[in-house]
Design a protein around this ligand. Structure first.
Ligand code: C2O
Ligand code: CU
Ligand code: CU
Length: 505
C-alpha cells in the first residue's frame, strides 16, 4: 500500500494515486443474493471497566461469489469486561460492534498493522482531545496506541473509523469501521425491540474490479460512488425475520453517497433516534435523508405481514445534491419467514430533551459563520470550510471557544462556482439544529429532500444542500484542546474540507 506522506500535495491526484493501488477499473459484477440472519447476542451487563484490544489489519473477506477481496479490518478481543461487550459482525469486514454502558470506563488498545500510519476516531463521543483521533495522533504501523475514557454520552448509535490526514477515505474504503453502541437506563426503561430485533445496519457502497478487489475511483469533486450496495459488508443483503417490530440502527458509512430512505411497501418511516440517541418523541416521515456519518434509529413495524412478504429499504431519487447523488437504488430487503403476534406499543415519549435557546448562546447576536466555498489551489479545485483548507494545527480566531459555552454557529452553502450537498460534522459534542433556510435558487432541489431531514434531538452531523444555511446550537464540552469539524464526504475531508477548533478552559 502506497503511503502518502503528510508533505504530499493535497490533491485529488494524490488521492487517486491510492486508488490505483486499490484497483484499476470500474467493473460491475453479477451478484448473488446471500441469505444471512445476523443475530447479535444481547449483551449481559456487569458494571465497571471495559478493556478491548483491537488490531487494524489487512486480511481477506469473501464478499462476492468467486475470489475473496483484500480488506482492512478491525479485529479484536475482550481483555476485561462483560462477554457481550464485543460482538463480531458475521461475514463482514466491519469491526466488532462495541457495546458499552453510559458511565463505564473504557480502554481501547489499538495495534496498527496496516503498513502505514493510522488513528481511530470515536464518532459522536464526548472524549478528551487526546482520545479523539486528531490526525496529529496518527501512529506508525507496528505500534500500539491506547486510549482510555469514561463514556459520557447517552444511549445511542455511535461508530468508529480511521482519521489520519489525507488517507481517511482510503482506509475507510478498505473496510475500517465499526459500530459503538451506548446503552443506558433511560433507554432500557422503554423496553424497545432487543436481541435479534435490534439491528445495526451499516450502509456502504463499493466498486469491485474483475478479480473482486475494491476500486477507489472518485468522481472528481463529488466523491466516491460505488456500483454495489453493501449492508454490514454484504451485497444483496437479505434480512430474514419474523413479523415483528424492529429497531433499525441505520448508519450511513459510505464515503460520499447520500440516501433518501423509504420502505417499498409503504411501511412508515418512524424515526425514534438519531446521531445522539433517542428523540424526545417518535416522528413519522415520508422518507429519511441520511448523509455520510449520520445515524438514525427506525421503529420498523412489520407486524401483520404474511410469511413471504418482501420489504425493500430503498433510496429514492432527489436532485441538485451533486453529480451521482440522488440515484434510485435498493439498499436491503427484509423477508418475512415467520409469522408471530407481538404486543408492543410505540412509546409516545422516548426521552427528555431540553431545547437550547438562541438567547442563551454566548454569541446570540453574532453567530460564528463557517462558509463552504470552492478554491483552486495548485490547479486543483477543493471545497473549503471557513475560508481555508485543513492544516494540522491551524486555528482561526473564530475557531476558538471556551469549554462549556453554548454557541450559535451558521454553516452556509451559498458561495462558490459549484455547489453540492455536504455532510458537516463536529467532533466532541452533540448539538441541536436551530433552523434551516434556503435561497430562492436552491428551493426546487431542497424540496426534494427537506421532508426527510432529521432536525430534532441530538446531532453531530447534518446535511446541507446547495443554497442552504443551517444554524446550530452547540454547547462545547468540558475537555480542552484541539478538535475537528469537517465535511464527512471523506473525499472532501481528505482534500482539506476540514478545520480545527480549539477549546480553552
Ligand atoms: Cu466520523 Cu471526524 O469523523
Ligand atoms: Cu466524529
Ligand atoms: Cu463536502
Amino acid at each position: 500500500m502506497t503511503l502518502i506522506c503528510s508533505t504530499a500535495s493535497r490533491s485529488l491526484a494524490a488521492l487517486l494515486a491510492v486508488g490505483v493501488v486499490l484497483g484499476l477499473s470500474a467493473h460491475a459484477r453479477a451478484q448473488h443474493p446471500q441469505h444471512i440472519r445476523p443475530v447479535p447476542p444481547v449483551p449481559a451487563w456487569t458494571p465497571g471497566e471495559l478493556e478491548i484490544s483491537l488490531s487494524a489489519i489487512p486480511r481477506t473477506q469473501s464478499i462476492l461469489a468467486g475470489a475473496s477481496t483484500n480488506v482492512w479490518s478491525y479485529t479484536g478481543f475482550l481483555v476485561n469486561g462483560a462477554p457481550g461487550s464485543l460482538v463480531p459482525v458475521a461475514n463482514s469486514f466491519l469491526g466488532p460492534t462495541i457495546h458499552v454502558l453510559r458511565g463505564q470506563h473504557v480502554t481501547i488498545n489499538l495495534s496498527n498493522q496496516l503498513g502505514e500510519p493510522t488513528v481511530t476516531h470515536l464518532h459522536g463521543l464526548d472524549v478528551p482531545a487526546s482520545v479523539d483521533g486528531h490526525p496529529s495522533m496518527a501512529f506508525p504501523s507496528g505500534t500500539t496506541s491506547t486510549v482510555s475514557f469514561p463514556v459520557l454520552n447517552r444511549a445511542g448509535t455511535y461508530w468508529y473509523h480511521p482519521h489520519p490526514d489525507m488517507t481517511t477515505v482510503e482506509q475507510v474504503q478498505m473496510g475500517l469501521a465499526g459500530f459503538f453502541l451506548v446503552h443506558d437506563a433511560e433507554e432500557a426503561r422503554l423496553n424497545l425491540p432487543s436481541g435479534a430485533f435490534d439491528v445495526p445496519v451499516c450502509i456502504q457502497d463499493r466498486t469491485f474490479d474483475a478479480s473482486n478487489q475494491f476500486v477507489f475511483n472518485p468522481n472528481m469533486l463529488n466523491g466516491f460512488f460505488g456500483s454495489t450496495m453493501l449492508v454490514n459488508g454484504v451485497p444483496n443483503y437479505v434480512h430474514q425475520t419474523s413479523s415483528r417490530v424492529h429497531r433499525l440502527r441505520l448508519l450511513n458509512g459510505s464515503s460520499s453517497r447520500i440516501y433518501k430512505l423509504a420502505f417499498s411497501d409503504g411501511t412508515p418511516m418512524v424515526v425514534i433516534g438519531n446521531d445522539g440517541g433517542l428523540l424526545a418523541a417518535p416522528e413519522t416521515k415520508p422518507y429519511l435523508m441520511l448523509s455520510p456519518g449520520e445515524r438514525a434509529e427506525i421503529w420498523a413495524d412489520f407486524r401483520g405481514r404474511p410469511v413471504g412478504t418482501q420489504i425493500v429499504l430503498r433510496s429514492l431519487p432527489f436532485s441538485g445534491a451533486g453529480t451521482s447523488q440522488g440515484v434510485a437504488l435498493d439498499v436491503l430487503r427484509f423477508e418475512i419467514i415467520q409469522g408471530v403476534t407481538e404486543n408492543r406499543t410505540l412509546p409516545a415519549t422516548l426521552s427528555a430533551i431540553t431545547p437550547y435557546r438562541l438567547q442563551d448562546a454566548v454569541n446570540a447576536s453574532t453567530p460564528k459563520t463557517y462558509a463552504i466555498n470552492l478554491i483552486t489551489s495548485g490547479g486543483m479545485p477543493s471545497f473549503t470550510l471557513n475560508g481555508g483548507l485543513f492544516s494540522m494545527f491551524d486555528v482561526a480566531a473564530n475557531e476558538i471557544a471556551r469549554c462549556g459555552t453554548l454557541e450559535v454557529i451558521r454553516v452556509t452553502n451559498t458561495a462558490g462556482a459549484m455547489q453540492i450537498a455536504h455532510p458537516i460534522h463536529f467532533h466532541g459534542r452533540q448539538f441541536q439544529i436551530l433552523d434551516r433556510t434556503v435561497t430562492a435558487a436552491g428551493l426546487a432541489n431542497w424540496n426534494t429532500v427537506k421532508d426527510g431531514y432529521n432536525n430534532s434531538g441530538w446531532k453531530d452531523t447534518f446535511m446541507i444542500m446547495p443554497g442552504e444555511t443551517v444554524r446550530i446550537l452547540l454547547r462545547h464540552g468540558s475537555y480542552p484542546g484541539l478538535f475537528l469539524y469537517h465535511c464527512h464526504n471523506l473525499v472532501h475531508e481528505d482534500l482539506g474540507m476540514m478545520r480545527n477548533f480549539r477549546l480553552d478552559p
